[in-house]
Design a protein around this ligand. Structure first.
Ligand code: SF4
Length: 447
């Protein structure tokens, strides 16, 4: 269980030497308890205290990196039950199941689709993160052959090898040597053999059980065999069970520091009906799954789940924002219109998207409002006439364009006079209140 500030204080040297940058050992202890400082800052702490505090400060859900290279993904490391308490750390991953009973061309095609699934949304790259190759044939040879096709078609994509046959797992895992795959399928009857394979190949072990009691018993036994990195599956498949089991696992890990369930959770969806599957996946994403395995790859499903994941895993204390600068949209020329907006990501992407839709090359000046939208930024004194004028002057844009007209958002029409006062020689035009009116606004100006 996490230690309190006073409990931590008892383990510190209590000399108040200030070498850690804090005025007293107690102040440092309080920061440690809030996870706002790290123990390395105190050079005089004893080895015994390091051991005790190190164990107590480890995240209750074990951090694990799945895969290697540019597409490696982190799981676990969570410290809270609810996003508003702090933040969720590592987003739930999506994997798509490929069965080894599919033909070689079908396997190759699906693997290539996963490898090319990346989209850009509000400045973030979103994609299907992994492939779950299942040994549906129960044939080790077929599983190995399918693994080779996946490795060739999606060499950077992290892979989950799903089989309960240790022989099949041992052969297939060699194809992904050094790539940190997950070997999923350790259960009550094969866990020793599967643990040995995971240990020898430095893979993550996927533990499958029938219920929470069996699961916690299995992870303890597997840990005793020397395997530290596991993902856990309680066997939940229905929406009700996914919510109930995942919540129980997260609560046990975070509130009770119950180590046997302190691992990332994997949920398998696999419904015949894609809509039903997407709906169950929503429960996995919102309720603590670290990996959701889907049975198919479809753009509509990807988009819905990517958007949900992005919303859940955005740090609520840090607004999403883009860099302050002037962005050309299309082939902007000297006489192209110049708009201004705030640097809240969503605002930027909506406004720039609508300008793009208009097919009128333009420039979009994006003012740093600490990630607030236009109206909120104005109310907070961050989207003001002075700041707009300063930004436009400092940018030197007047040397690049042949006019001096700035189009401001309709919601802050009230600023037009004061901006004109602070930007002598400039004409301030009030643009539409809503971004979706920009194409019509630009069309009307051109006619
Ligand atoms: Fe106390 Fe260590 Fe900080 Fe010195 S460096 S004040 S001993 S916590």
């Amino acid at each position: 269980m996490a230690l309190s500030g006073v409990e931590i204080f008892k383990l510190l040297p209590k000399t108040n030497c200030k070498k850690c940058g804090h005025p007293t050992c107690l102040a440092f202890a309080m920061k440690l308890a809030q996870r706002q400082a790290t123990l390395e800052s105190c050079p005089d702490v004893s080895e015994e205290a390091k051991r005790i505090l190190g164990e107590a400060s480890a995240p209750p859900v074990r951090p694990i990196t799945f895969g290697t290279g540019s597409k490696a993904v982190k799981m676990g490391e969570e410290t809270v039950l609810f996003r508003h308490e702090k933040k969720f750390v590592n987003p739930c991953l999506f994997s798509v199941e490929i069965k080894d009973t599919a033909s070689e061309s079908e396997i190759a095609d699906m693997a290539a689709q996963v490898a090319g699934s990346e989209i850009d949304r509000v400045g973030q790259k979103l994609r299907i993160d992994g492939i779950a190759l299942t040994n549906a044939s129960n044939d080790a040879g077929k599983f190995e052959a399918a693994a080779k096709v996946v490795a060739a078609k999606a060499p950077d994509v992290p892979v989950i090898l799903c089989t309960t046959d240790p022989r099949a797992a041992e052969t297939a895992v060699k194809i992904f040597a050094g790539k940190r795959p997950i070997v999923y399928g350790a259960n009550a009857s094969n866990f020793e053999a599967m643990a040995n394979i995971a240990k020898a190949s430095r893979a993550i072990l996927g533990v499958a059980a029938n219920g929470l009691d069996e699961l916690s018993g299995l992870t303890e036994k597997i840990k005793a065999l020397g395997v530290e990195d596991m993902v856990i599956d309680s066997g939940a498949r229905k929406a009700k069970d996914v919510v109930e089991h995942n919540t129980f696992i997260r609560r046990a890990a975070i509130k009770k520091n119950f180590k046997p369930l302190g691992y990332p959770v994997i949920n398998f969806m696999q419904r015949d009906n894609s809509l039903h599957e997407a709906m169950i996946a929503v429960f996995g994403v919102t309720k603590y799954a670290s990996i959701v395995v889907l049975s198919s790859i479809e753009k509509w499903k990807n988009l819905a789940l990517f958007t949900l994941r992005q919303n859940i895993y955005t740090d609520p204390q840090v607004p999403m924002q883009v860099e302050q600068k002037i962005y050309p949209i299309g082939d902007a020329k000297a006489d192209s219109p110049l708009f201004i907006t705030s640097n809240f990501s969503l605002t930027y992407f909506i406004v720039s998207g609508e300008i793009e839709n208009s097919k009128v090359p333009s420039r979009l000046a994006v003012l740093d409002c600490e990630g607030l939208s236009v109206l909120t930024g104005w109310a907070a004194g961050k989207f003001t006439a002075s700041k707009i004028a300063q930004f436009i002057t400092d940018s030197g844009i007047d040397k690049e364009i042949s006019h001096k007209e700035l189009i401001i958002p309709g919601y802050v029409a009230i600023l037009s006079g004061s901006i004109e006062d602070k930007l002598p020689g400039w004409k301030i035009t009030v643009g539409p209140r809503e971004a979706n009116a920009i194409p019509a606004f630009l069309k009307a100006r051109a006619s």
